[in-house]
Write a protein that binds this ligand. Structure first.
Ligand SMILES: [Zn+2]
Length: 548
C-alpha cells in the first residue's frame, strides 16, 4: 500500500514537472523586452508603461535578456502552441522607446492564437492628422485568433503634442531615405525604430488624414489628382523583387478598396487606389521617395499602403473611415480578431469623448499620496519632493503631463523639487485638458495635518486624502493652530467618542472599517467621505477622504 502511494506521489511530481516545463515558455515570455535585439545603441532605454491597462497575465514589467530578437515571441509562441495546444491565449506585449521624452514611442504587439501574417500599423507620423493615432489606438487591445498585429499609434509624439505636421525638425515622413547614422537629425532614432519594425512585419499601413478628395482626373479644386482624402496610396502597381517574384500592390489595394466601399453608403466618400508611381520619372509625387511606405517597399520589399482619410469630415467620422479601412485590411489578410473595433461614427464619438474624461491627478508629496482635482493648486513646502503618480482617466493612452519650463513632456512617474512657482499641463494627445499651478511656499497656511500610516502629511482645502484599504489615519491638527476648543474636525461617517458624538474626530486611529457607508458621498461605491473643519460652528474648510 505504502509503495503504491509512493509511486503515485512520484508520478504526480513527474507530471507536475512536465506541466511546468510545458507552461514555462508561456510564462517566461516577458512583456516589455529591454534590448529586443536592437543593436542600435540609441535604443538603450526602454521600460514598461505604468498603467497601460493591461490585465493580461502575459504582460510583465520585466525586461528580457539582451540579444533576444523581436521575432522571439513568434518563435516561442510557435513552440508553445505545439506543446500546449489549446491552452495558449492571444498575447500582447508593450515596448516603450525613449520614455519620458517628447519622442516617446509605444509599440503594441499582439500575437494571435494561430499563425498568420503580421500587419504593422503606424499612426501619428504627422501631428496634425489626429484620425490616424485615434484610430490606431483602438487596435492595441485586440485579442487575435489568427495572425499578428503591431500597432504604433503615435510615431511622432513631438508633432502630436504640438498638433503640427512637423515635429522636432521637419516632416518625419520625408526622412526614410536618410542614412541610418545621420547625427544632425534628432528624429532619426525614431525613423530607425520604424525601419526595424518594418523589417519584422509582412504588411504595413501608414495612417493619414489628407486634404480634399483624391481623384485620378481633375473634377474640381477639392477633388483632383493632387488631393489625398479617401484613398489607398501605393508607390507602384507592382514591384519586382530580386528573386524574380512580384509584389502585387495594386490588386491588394483594390481588394481592400472594394471591402472598404461596401461599408460606406455615401459614394462621395468612397475610396480609390492612388498609385503615386513614386519611382517613376514622371511621378507627381517624387517627394514620396523619402516616405515610410516607399522605404518599406523598395528597401524591405513589403506591401505598404498609405491610408488617407479626408480632413473634410468630423474627427469621429475620420476615425470611423480609418477603422473601416484597417478592418478591411485585416479581413483581406485573414488576420482575425475576436472582435473587430466598431465602425459607427456615433459610438466612436462617445468613445472619444469618454477617453478625454479627466477627474484628477494623483501625486505624492513628501511621501503622502493625494488626489488633486481640476481647478485646485498644488501646494508644497520648498524642498518637498513632488511625484506625479497617475492620471484619473478612462484609458492611459495618449495622456501626457508637461511640466512647464522643464522640457519634460512626460512628467508621469517623475519626482521634482521646486523653489519657484510652476505649472503642470495635462494633455490628451495635443489637446490641453487641465492645468495645475505648483506653489512651493516656506510656510503652508490653512491645512489639516494627519498621520497617514505613520507619516505626517498635510492636506489643503478641498484636497483628497487617499487611504489604502488596510491603512490607518489619525487627524492631528489644523494649521494655523487655533484655540482647540473653537476648532472642530469632523469626519462625516466616523464616530470618535462612542459615548457622546461631539463631532470632534482628532486623535482617533481611523481605518476604512470604522466608516459608516451611508455617509459616503459616492453611493453605492461608498469610498468617498468628507472631513469638515469648522470654527465656532462655521465651516472654514473641507478635506476629502478616498478609500483606495
Ligand atoms: Zn499625412
Amino acid at each position: 500500500m505504502a509503495n503504491h502511494r509512493r509511486i503515485s506521489i512520484i508520478t504526480g511530481i513527474i507530471f507536475l514537472g512536465l506541466l511546468l516545463l510545458l507552461l514555462f515558455p508561456l510564462f517566461s515570455q516577458k512583456g516589455c523586452p529591454e534590448g529586443t535585439g536592437y543593436s542600435n545603441p540609441l535604443f538603450s532605454q526602454k521600460g514598461c508603461p505604468e498603467g497601460t491597462g493591461y490585465s493580461n497575465p502575459f504582460f510583465h514589467k520585466r525586461g528580457v535578456p539582451k540579444g533576444r530578437s523581436i521575432l522571439t515571441p513568434f518563435l516561442i509562441k510557435g513552440v508553445a502552441t505545439k506543446l500546449t495546444g489549446y491552452l495558449i491565449k492571444s498575447r500582447r506585449r508593450v515596448e516603450e522607446f525613449f520614455p519620458g521624452t517628447n519622442q516617446e514611442v509605444k509599440v503594441y504587439s499582439i500575437f494571435g492564437k494561430r499563425k498568420g501574417p503580421t500587419l504593422l500599423v503606424f499612426g501619428g507620423i504627422q501631428g496634425d492628422e489626429p484620425g490616424g493615432y485615434l484610430a490606431a489606438d483602438r487596435y492595441v487591445g485586440l485579442n487575435l485568433k489568427k495572425g499578428n498585429l503591431i500597432v504604433v499609434p503615435r510615431l511622432n509624439l513631438a508633432a502630436i503634442l504640438a498638433q503640427k505636421r512637423e515635429g522636432l525638425t521637419g516632416d518625419m515622413n520625408r526622412k526614410f531615405a536618410l542614412p541610418k547614422n545621420i547625427q544632425q537629425d534628432p528624429d532619426i532614432k525614431v525613423v530607425n525604430l520604424a525601419r526595424d519594425l518594418i523589417a519584422n512585419a509582412d504588411y504595413i499601413l501608414n495612417l493619414h488624414q489628407g486634404s480634399g478628395f483624391y481623384s485620378p482626373i481633375w473634377i474640381n479644386h477639392q477633388r483632383n489628382p493632387l488631393r489625398w482624402g479617401q484613398c489607398n496610396v501605393i508607390d507602384a502597381f507592382v514591384f519586382d523583387l530580386p528573386n524574380g517574384e512580384r509584389l502585387e500592390l495594386e490588386s491588394f489595394a483594390q481588394n481592400v478598396v472594394r471591402r472598404i466601399n461596401s461599408k460606406i453608403q455615401d459614394e462621395n466618400y468612397h475610396f480609390l487606389v492612388n498609385n503615386t508611381n513614386t519611382g517613376d520619372k514622371k511621378s507627381l509625387h517624387k517627394e514620396q521617395r523619402k516616405s515610410l511606405t516607399y522605404y518599406a517597399l523598395t528597401q524591405k520589399h513589403k506591401i505598404a499602403l498609405g491610408i488617407e482619410v479626408t480632413k473634410k469630415c468630423s474627427s469621429p467620422q475620420a476615425v470611423a473611415y480609418l477603422s473601416i479601412a484597417i478592418n478591411s485590411v485585416l479581413k483581406e489578410l485573414g488576420i482575425a480578431p475576436e472582435e473587430f473595433p466598431g465602425e459607427d461614427p456615433d459610438s466612436i464619438a462617445e468613445e472619444l469623448k469618454k477617453n478625454e474624461k479627466f477627474s484628477g491627478l494623483k501625486v505624492k508629496i513628501n511621501g503622502c499620496e493625494k488626489l488633486i482635482i481640476p481647478g485646485q493648486n498644488i501646494f508644497l513646502k520648498i524642498g518637498e519632493p513632488l511625484q506625479i503618480l497617475n492620471l484619473e482617466t478612462e484609458k492611459s493612452r495618449g495622456w501626457y503631463v508637461n511640466l512647464v519650463n522643464s522640457g519634460s513632456y512626460n512628467a508621469l512617474g517623475q519626482t521634482y523639487w521646486f523653489t519657484k512657482d510652476n505649472k503642470l499641463l495635462i494633455h490628451k494627445d495635443g489637446k490641453l485638458i487641465a492645468s495645475f499651478e505648483i506653489m512651493p511656499r516656506s510656510y503652508l497656511l490653512g491645512s489639516l495635518e494627519v498621520n497617514l500610516d505613520g507619516r505626517v502629511c498635510r492636506f489643503h482645502n478641498q484636497e483628497t486624502i487617499l487611504l489604502p484599504k488596510n491603512g490607518r489615519l489619525r487627524i492631528l491638527k489644523v494649521y494655523p493652530e487655533k484655540d482647540k476648543n473653537k476648532v472642530k474636525v469632523n469626519l462625516k461617517g466616523f464616530i470618535g467618542n462612542k459615548g457622546y458624538n461631539d463631532g470632534e474626530d482628532s486623535g482617533y486611529v481611523i481605518s476604512a472599517d470604522d466608516l459608516i457607508p451611508k455617509y459616503a458621498l459616492d453611493y453605492p461605491e461608498n469610498t468617498f467621505y468628507r472631513i469638515e473643519i469648522s470654527e465656532q460652528g462655521n465651516l472654514v474648510g473641507e478635506v476629502f477622504l478616498k478609500l483606495t
